[in-house]
Design a binder for this molecule. Structure first.
Ligand code: UDP
Ligand code: MG
Length: 315
């Protein structure tokens, strides 16, 4: 029986890039004649003409399927929705902007079918075309999260990957609301091969991420996969208790030996500022975890579909 490959593309305001992307992926599907394709476009609440562009493609090509959200739920939700709706034996996640070259697909497929990998991921070895400060923070983030958590995140790894049905089912069995896919892929395990390539700039349109969004995403990633910040805040608290104990002893002895001249209020103010700052910081860390627990217990849906041409019998 012929196998099916699902290509999942999350799109947010991508009216310019989708036609270019479609052309490229069609070229690849022609080269890979031995397998059937389905293209699942997830319209993540775009404000432009993205949905109509996808619908037009669907009129010409029945392999094009779509799912349109009621609002923008974010790329994580879009990727999850794609995985839920996919039927393929092999599943790939791609961006619409051709930063994930579809031409790699055939090589990825061969690695899975001929060399026994469960997943082929991609990572970019350069960050050309990206602001330096962003690259710096990205590197810091990977160093930090790899130290703090026991899932392994590869620096520069993209979401672009080809997976077997078995691995996708494993990912779908993780039902958490706050999804950090890079971590989830690593959490489920399976044998992964990494392909490396140079960073490619998007063909048209512009990036949907700014520094602040990436920063929040990084914090989400760390809190989702590590509780180390809680331990660190407890250790800092302990160190400060210890220091204050020693300081109390020093002051008592000094007063007994030298009397008690009134001095030192500036240093006192500094200490109060610093300690209360650290307290607030630790409280903030705890708040993050509490907030995440709160969100998970609400059990809200990860995305809401407004319209689709996929008859969803699963889930
Ligand atoms: N995207 C999405 N929802 C969002 C933001 C982005 O589905 O809220 C999609 C976007 O359309 C693109 C992919 O995610 O296909 C990657 O986004 P982008 O190219 O802006 O990110 P970058 O490559 O700059 O990290
Ligand atoms: Mg991009």
């Amino acid at each position: 029986m012929r196998k099916l490959l699902s290509v999942i593309v999350s799109c947010y305001n991508e009216e310019e890039t989708i036609p270019i992307f479609y052309k490229e992926i069609c070229k690849v599907s022609k080269e890979m004649k031995y397998i059937d394709f389905e293209f699942i476009f997830i319209n993540d609440g775009s404000r432009d003409n993205t949905l109509n562009v996808i619908k037009d493609l669907n009129k010409k090509d029945k392999r094009v399927k779509y799912l349109s959200f009621s609002r923008n739920f974010g790329k994580e939700a879009a990727m999850y929705a794609g995985l839920v709706s996919s039927r393929g034996d092999y599943i790939t996640l791609m961006d619409a902007d051709l930063q994930d070259p579809p031409s790699l697909l055939e090589k990825m497929y061969k690695l899975i079918t001929e060399e026994g990998f469960d997943c082929v991921g991609t990572r970019r070895v350069t960050r050309r075309g990206e602001p330096q400060i962003r690259s710096f923070f990205a590197r810091m983030f990977y160093k930090l999260i790899n130290k703090m958590s026991n899932v392994e995140l590869v620096d520069g790894a993209r979401d672009y990957r080809l997976m077997t049905r078995q691995m996708v089912d494993a990912i779908l069995s993780l039902k958490e609301y706050k999804r950090f896919s890079k971590g989830l892929f690593s959490f489920v395990g399976f044998k992964t091969k990494w392909l490396e390539y140079e960073n490619i700039e998007r063909v048209a349109g512009e990036t949907k991420w700014n520094f602040w969004k990436l920063f929040i995403y990084a914090i989400d990633g760390i809190t989702a996969f590590s509780t180390a910040p809680l331990v660190i805040s407890a250790v800092v608290g302990f160190i400060f208790c210890f220091l204050s104990f020693i300081m109390i002893l020093v002051i008592i002895i000094r007063t007994l030996v030298f009397g008690d001249p009134v001095s030192g209020w500036p240093s006192l103010v500094c200490i109060i500022f610093m300690v209360s700052g650290i307290q607030l910081f630790c409280l903030g860390i705890m708040g993050q975890y509490l907030a995440n627990t709160y969100l998970e217990t609400k059990n809200r849906p990860i995305y809401i579909v407004k319209e689709s041409n996929i008859d969803d019998k699963k889930n």
